[in-house]
Design a binder for this molecule. Sequence first.
Ligand code: NDP
Length: 334
Amino acid sequence: MSGKAREIHLASRPQGWPTADNFAHVQVELPEPAEGEVLVRNLFMSVDPYMRGRMNDVKSYVAPFQLDRPMEGGAIGEVVASNSADLAVGDTVTHNYGWRDHAVAPAKHFRKVDPTAPPTLTAYLGVLGMPGLTAYAGLTEVAGFKEGDAVFVSGAAGAVGSVVGQIARALGASRVVGSAGSAAKVSRLLELGFDAAFDYHDGPVRDLLKAAAPEGIDVYFDNVGGDHLEAAIGRMRLHGRIAVCGMISVYNATEPVPAPRNLSLLIGKRITMRGFLVQDHARLMKEFVPRMAGWLRDGTVRYDETVVDGLDNAPEAFLGLLRGENTGKMVVRI
Ligand code: NDP
């Protein structure tokens, strides 16, 4: 069973903010699955901030996307033809062949999942997948969260940030503070159990954070960088810990961005600031998945998704993610 597939390719590398012109919509012939391969029809794909870095031709922790080749990323699909004993037609699988409607590849590149286990299939791309593990590992292992810590997370209404705040709450934080980019997102954070939240457009982050965390913070989970990071360093208590997860405020910068001006506070406050990559914490998945499944079942953790329809709209979904148009995980229904 061969046929045609639609793919989104990287057409050109952006300078600064990406645009629709950086993407090409391409139709390709699909080969028959060879021995050991399967054909998967994608149902949903993920768009994630790290993909912005892969559009640049720079050496980083993940290889750049290649020009005129399909982009890649997390996706979930259904096996529609199999030439492997390991996967059967009808199996639901997660994998990294996103940005296309069909993929033919070795069965070992796909992970079979139970489609009935989570509340939505897309949870595998969000709260039960890479972003969820990022939140869990960053908070517990990287920031060394302890019961009673006051936690601040930026990008708090996004896929990672919303989970960070709710896990902190579940594990006994004394205060959970989040920042996000709109009043609606702030309201949502309060509904999710954050003690305080602010829209970072409403004034200097330093002042907004001071009002939201008058007694200071022990942990900052950084998704944003820039003025958020500087403000968090300023509010840190002694022996504070910063998990540097992402710095989305600089991903489209064309010039080097200045560091926080108050870095010297790290010394007197004995602050630990540590960057991390979720893949280095993959062994936590075994502990994380059942724990998160339990939190989802009993309502301790809730998750939002913003679903964009159609593979053709995937570039727009990605650009929307960078502009903050998502609440919770941004996914594309294919
Ligand atoms: P989100 O779902 O949080 O989406 C990105 C959000 O970033 C937008 O919704 C927007 O929300 C916010 N944003 C965009 N520009 C700015 C800005 N200039 N200042 C403040 N906020 C901004 O994405 P994820 O949850 O998937 O990722 C969150 C962060 O975690 C990213 O920095 C990402 O790179 C990082 N990450 C790191 C990993 C690791 O292994 N280290 C793994 C996964 C993610 P708003 O409306 O609030 O502005």
